[in-house]
Write a protein that binds this ligand. Structure first.
Ligand code: FES
Length: 140
């Protein structure tokens, strides 16, 4: 586990299983943040999609948030820690051996396995993640 993950109290989860992990304003574009929730280390990443229109103007679309169990399926090392995971577009590359994951689906682009994606939502300026079921399976 990454030593810098903030430990969350599982008992603080709402009746539908969501727990507040941070304020939306604390998330930096493309940089993951790590939290400890029970036996899981989870990572949250905010990405904003850019666009270029046909006339060459560019801009940004709405931000999207992604949450997943912070373990690379290859050799079970953290994907996001104080040094990385490298984010490019909607993809996250493991710093160990370069397997790359699509954060929209959790699928691996150049290896095997799949990230354990978690439900995430924003409410009243807070970011909430749904904790995993007690049997370890994910909610989505
Ligand atoms: S541990 Fe992530 S690619 Fe090998």
């Amino acid at each position: 586990m990454a030593a810098d993950g903030m430990k969350l109290e599982e008992s603080a989860a709402s009746s539908d299983g969501f727990i507040r992990v941070t304020a939306l304003s604390e998330l930096k574009e493309g940089k993951g943040k790590v939290f400890i929730l029970g036996d899981d280390e989870i990572a949250v990443i905010k990405l904003t999609e850019a666009f270029t229109s046909i006339d060459g103007t560019s801009g940004q679309l709405n931000s999207r948030l992604y949450a997943f169990v912070n373990v690379c399926p290859h050799q079970h090392t953290p994907l996001v820690d104080s040094c990385g995971g490298q984010v490019s577009g909607q993809n996250l590359t493991c710093p160990m051996h370069g397997w790359t994951y699509d954060l929209k689906t959790g699928g691996c682009i150049n290896g095997n396995g799949k990230l354990k994606m978690l439900e995430i939502r924003v409410q009243d300026g807070g970011v909430f993640v749904k904790k995993r079921k007690s049997n370890g399976t994910c909610w989505r």
